[in-house]
Design a protein around this ligand. Structure first.
Ligand code: GLY
Length: 401
């Protein structure tokens, strides 16, 4: 059972809620995720109290998109705690989540003189967290990594659970997360104050992952997460720190429970595979050239969370068409996406046959069958690989603007 200290009802002039600590326990490692306002300033102190030998050197891998002040805070906190600090700044694009960037991090660690006791701190969004995690997993056959996510998406999903990796190119096609490994972090430090500097569209994109968790949290001890998220959108969208702390803590707790029972995604019909809800559709359209959210200017592309949101809707439509979900569910999901200003249609989708072919290439497809996670109500999902392709095509077609 996880122990959470969550913010309670308090008057508006009171201090923000204390940070919440969520223990994450997996077969290969246990660590804390600490969520709260201002926790980045305690980074150095947290590094001092991690189990194992103290590091001499700490390399920050930072996201070019985050404000310099954030990098300075992390750097100062680490230096004040007595560690030598290095810094490498990455461009956070899917194209840069590449072997070339991985090699640049390895080289920077070598030049820094990093040894087995030293550590890497990933400060940024999911792209930086994934590639820094992979660099840490492989440098000297594995050094520790601390994840300091700066985006909502990375806070509630990518920073927890130890998935690391890079994208691989196949001709002109970029295939996501095709090389990587599991490498649990030693600590996750999610400072919700960092969300203030996040572009509004990126924040809303992160909400799609929260909606995803809401749709599966029933089997992971938080059946009210979907409803709480929808009814809390007012304070969440105005970046109320207590609401954000509760959002991130509850989502991290759900993810912790999922990876706690199935760290390596080996469970057949349950477990971590459920976290791919919305992703089989989402990944198939996310990196396609010329696909953009309805209403976006030509040249714009889909953000990961926007693609996942569309994927949630497509999955719910498949579930509805297959008689697995109540008929109101797809509309409820579309309403929730719209309330978060997330798209429910995309412009520029290619022929559904091509999308289907990309879904077949998904690394979770098995023996030529597309494995889909399908929501059955507002808190539970099932995993199916026997849906007629015509059903999947109809769901893809419903996303066309
Ligand atoms: N983002 C899905 C997972 O961590 O398994």
């Amino acid at each position: 059972m996880l122990t959470l200290r969550l913010g309670t009802d308090r008057g508006k002039h009171q201090m923000p809620a204390a940070p919440v600590t969520i223990p994450v326990t997996t077969r290969s490692g246990a660590y804390d995720a600490v969520v709260g306002l201002g926790v980045l300033d305690d980074l150095g102190k947290h590094l001092q109290s991690l189990p194992g030998r103290a590091p001499g050197r700490v390399m920050i891998v930072a996201d070019q998109g985050i404000p310099q002040a954030m990098i300075d805070r992390a750097r100062a906190s680490i230096a004040e705690a007595g560690f030598q600090v290095g810094l490498i700044v990455l461009t956070p694009t899917e194209a840069d989540k590449s072997p070339t960037t991985l090699n640049a991090i390895w080289s920077a660690l070598l030049a820094f003189g990093a040894t087995r006791d030293d550590m890497l701190v990933a400060l940024g969004g999911g792209i930086v967290g994934d590639i820094a995690g992979f660099a840490a997993a492989t440098y000297l056959r594995g050094i520790r990594v601390v994840q300091c996510p700066s985006t909502l998406l990375a806070m509630v999903d990518a920073s927890v659970g130890g998935k690391t990796g890079i994208n691989l190119a196949l001709g002109a096609d970029l295939l996501k997360n095709m090389a990587g490994c599991f490498h649990q972090p030693s600590l996750v430090l999610a400072d919700v104050g960092l969300l203030k500097s996040l572009a509004d569209r990126q924040f809303r994109s992160g909400l799609a992952e929260c909606l995803k968790h809401g749709l599966l949290a029933g089997d992971f001890d938080d059946p009210a997460l979907w409803t709480w998220t929808i009814t809390s959108l007012g304070p969440l969208l105005s970046l109320d720190p207590d609401a954000l702390t509760q959002l991130v803590a509850r989502n991290v707790a759900v993810k912790a429970r999922v990876v706690g029972v199935d760290e390596r995604e080996t469970a057949e019909n349950h477990g971590r595979a459920l976290l791919n809800l919305g992703h089989t559709f989402g990944h198939a359209i996310e990196t396609l050239p010329n696909v953009r959210p309805e209403g976006a200017a030509p040249g714009a592309s889909l953000l990961h969370g926007e693609a996942v949101g569309l994927g949630l809707l497509a999955a719910a439509r498949c579930a509805g068409l297959a008689g697995l979900a109540d008929r109101a569910l797809p509309d409820a999901i579309a309403e929730a996406l719209q309330a978060c200003s997330l798209p429910i249609h995309a412009v520029g989708l290619p022929d559904s046959g091509l999308v289907l072919a990309r879904m077949h290439h998904d690394k979770k497809a098995r023996s030529g069958r597309i494995r889909l996670i399908l929501p059955t109500d507002r808190a539970r999902c099932v995993i199916r690989d026997d849906l007629a392709e015509s059903v999947i095509v109809e769901a893809i077609d419903s996303l066309r603007a």
